[in-house]
Ligand binder design. Structure first.
Ligand SMILES: [Zn+2]
Length: 170
């Protein structure tokens, strides 16, 4: 039997009250999803706090980590750090509306697992900026060495030794 990944949390046996989960995801995490938006993941540390009650499971997730990106301007690789939060209420009660800003999903009372994989993946993808230019480096530092050096001007004496050499051999 395949081991259940840590982002799929068993909830059926949880008692009412607060429950904490912590786990680290590595690059293999992306294998379950797609590498279209992010190719590599260094690491993501996840903290989950679930508040279970008769009516709902209120979930808070903290997601932080880093992944490698390439600067759009100078093509230099850099580490993109992300730190995001997510809150989802899983309600057993279909009449529960909640607040505007908080996502509510309805689950059956016999639901056994909550799978946060897709949510974590989405949060990490959304953390990647459209324009990938980090503010902590100066692109000029990376571009400058590849620029063509300015044309050197030689002094008239530059060719003198060569001329002498040619004359000697003549
Ligand atoms: Zn750059």
């Amino acid at each position: 039997m395949q081991k259940r990944p840590p982002y799929i949390i068993e909830i059926l046996s949880l008692k009412e009250g607060e429950h904490h989960f912590e786990f680290t995801l590595k690059d293999e995490f992306l294998d379950q999803f797609s590498r279209k938006y992010i190719e590599t993941l260094h690491e993501a540390q996840i903290k989950v706090v679930l508040q279970k009650s008769k009516r709902m499971i209120d979930s808070h997730l903290w997601i932080r980590g880093s992944l490698p990106l390439q600067c759009d301007r100078c093509l230099e690789p850099y580490d993109h750090l992300f730190e995001e939060q997510l809150r989802i209420i899983f309600s057993y009660d279909r009449s529960f509306k909640g607040e505007k800003a908080i996502e509510v999903r309805y689950i059956a009372t016999h639901e056994r697992f909550l799978d946060f994989g897709q949510d974590i993946y989405d949060v990490i993808c959304l953390s990647v900026p459209q324009r990938r230019v980090p503010d902590f480096h100066d692109c000029e530092d990376f571009i400058a060495p590849y620029r063509k050096p300015a044309q050197k001007t030689y002094s008239p004496h530059y060719w003198q030794p060569l001329k002498e050499l040619l004359n000697k051999n003549a």
